[in-house]
Design a protein around this ligand. Structure first.
Ligand code: ZN
Length: 555
């Protein structure tokens, strides 16, 4: 008997044989068993997750001679012919190869005729999104008034491209990518049934490489069987897939944990002897780091059947969670930039060396602030560079104080009972000093808002004169002015009278100065960040970007 490929031989013939997709199966089974049938079903999902397989089983359910149910007999001629792909009333169309409107019209012209043998005429249209606009229109007409003896089973990898008018007339089922664990289980089942020997980790490797597709997994398994002359061994499966052994990856991470660069490069040398695919190696390293991060956060996620469980847990213990995050980020970007490296191995080595170089010192504080001083300094490793690059919190240096600025109470705080600033000195105060004075007053709310809008005029003979723009007349009221006068009196150490003249200010008022200062401080913070060597290093190494407007000076 000729060899039949596994994907074909082990194609599920009933819902019970399907691996995964329980959510879809439950809905279909309930519908079939309670006689609630729809005239059009749409199965969506990536390649190899079972869309057409499911549709064929459904066709059997609808046409089994034993009656409509979720468990077709599998013995009657209808069931057998559908399984063998030669049932006359199951019309399978691959829309990818048939998009012309005439073809679809031909197809749909026959819709009106009753089925030849079966209960229903079933149209299975795969890759439905590939139909042309005209073909969709022809299909829509049929879907609007479907003959009772017709069922449409549509499948697509790209439902976004299907017109809403079609979508709204279909019962839609979204098939998920299959988890690697489930694929590995199924592969094991198949191999057990086939009586072939295998090494457990090889199945996990194949399942991982299949990337959620059972069909891909089974054809990879076919290759692995051929490669290993009837046996599935890990070493051979790995070299077939061009993937390196997990042991190497564990060794590399052990070296990183021990900060042993020499040993690390030795491991890379041993790896090199296998001529691995370095991009694939980085992908596997990323997967391992992800598993490690999971193990650190949710230890119960490392179940008994996880390969090399002991080593994984030991490593999860040795590495700090932030190191794992950092390594992941470095590997991710390293993989992206690998094609730019003069040689893949050099690129791979640099990624590892970078992990070593950027590994945070254990003595470093857990969240170092970016240094405010813009002087050049050697880049220091930091614990969470990506975070800082997104939301830098520099301790920005405020703009230098005005040298001619008179001494204000802010710089020389003293008990309020003693005069702290001579009225004579204050009398010649400029706008900046007046602003500083306001800052030292215990003023809040509307009283402070009033002061901020007033320009300093002078202070003599117990009278403090201010100027207010007539546009701000609404800020004035006797109670507020009394509060302001009292606060100023306490500041200058004598009772004073407040006089506010209503005239447009001649110079800058405190409110404007406050705005200017804030803008200057922001600008200084931006410059500090832009000149900071740590930030520059993150930019170069991780492709980090400083998000505009995210820099806020802090005191
Ligand atoms: Zn049957």
């Amino acid at each position: 008997m000729s060899y039949q490929v596994l994907a074909r031989k082990w194609r599920p013939r009933s819902f019970a044989e399907m691996a995964g997709q329980e959510h879809v199966l439950r809905a279909l089974v309930n519908g079939l068993d309670s006689g609630r049938l729809h005239h059009a079903y749409l199965f969506t999902g990536t390649r190899g997750v079972g869309k057409t397989t499911l549709a064929r089983i459904l066709a059997k359910c609808l046409n089994c001679e034993e009656g409509i149910s979720s468990q077709p007999c599998g013995q009657c001629s209808a069931c057998r012919e559908i399984s063998e792909g030669r049932f006359v009333d199951l019309i399978e169309v691959d829309a990818a190869s048939r998009t012309k409107v005439e073809d679809t019209r031909d197809l749909l012209d026959n819709v009106q005729y009753a089925p030849t043998r079966g209960r229903y005429k079933v149209y299975l249209i795969d890759e439905i999104h590939m139909l042309s606009g005209h073909s969709f229109n022809a299909l829509l007409k049929t879907l609007e008034e479907p003959p009772p003896h017709v069922k449409f089973l549509l499948a697509t990898t790209d439902p976004q491209k299907i017109p809403v008018t079609i979508l709204s007339r279909c019962l839609q089922f979204n098939l998920k990518r299959l988890p690697a664990v489930l694929i590995a289980e199924h592969l094991q089942h198949v191999l057990d049934q086939e009586g072939l020997s295998y090494e457990q980790p090889a199945l996990a490797t194949v399942a991982q490489a299949a990337d959620g597709s059972m069909r891909d997994a089974l054809s990879l398994l076919d290759q692995a069987i051929a490669f290993g002359s009837g046996e599935v061994r890990e070493q051979e499966t790995r070299s077939m897939l061009g993937s390196i052994g997990r042991d190497f990856l564990f060794d590399l991470l052990d070296c990183l944990a021990a900060e042993d660069g020499e040993a690390m490069l030795k491991v890379v040398g041993e790896m090199g002897a296998q001529a691995p695919d370095y991009s694939e190696a980085l992908a596997e390293l990323l997967t391992l780091l992800h598993t490690l991060a999971l193990a650190q956060t949710i230890p119960s996620s490392v179940t008994e059947d996880v390969p090399q469980r002991e080593r994984l847990l030991a490593l999860a213990e040795r590495l700090a969670p932030e190191d794992v995050q950092l390594f992941y980020q470095i590997a991710l970007i390293g993989r992206r930039d690998l094609p730019l490296a003069p040689d893949p191995r050099i690129g791979f080595e640099m990624v590892l060396l970078r992990m070593l170089a950027f590994r945070p010192q254990s003595a470093a504080p857990s969240a170092p602030r970016v240094k405010a001083s813009p002087q050049a300094q050697a880049p220091e490793p930091s614990r969470s560079p990506e975070k800082q690059a997104k939301a830098p919190m520099p301790a920005a240096t405020p703009p230098p104080a005005d040298a001619q600025q008179p001494v204000s109470a802010r710089e020389a705080p003293a008990p309020v009972s003693q005069p702290v600033a001579q009225p004579a000195a204050a009398a010649s105060a400029d706008g900046a000093a007046w602003f500083d004075t306001i800052d030292t007053l215990a003023l809040k709310g509307p009283a402070r808002a009033l002061a901020m809008q007033c320009e300093w005029v002078g202070y003599s003979g117990g009278k403090l004169r201010l100027r207010l723009d007539p546009n701000h007349q609404h800020l004035r009221n006797p109670a507020l002015e009394q509060r302001l006068a009292k606060a100023l009196g306490e500041h200058y150490g004598e009772d004073l009278q407040l006089e506010i003249e209503m005239r447009a200010p001649e110079g800058a008022i405190p409110a404007q100065l406050a705005e200017e200062r804030a803008a200057n401080r922001r600008q200084a913070a931006v410059e500090t960040i832009n000149q900071d060597p740590n930030v520059a290093a993150m930019r170069d190494t991780f492709g980090a970007e400083v998000i505009n407007g995210s820099i806020e000076p802090i005191d």
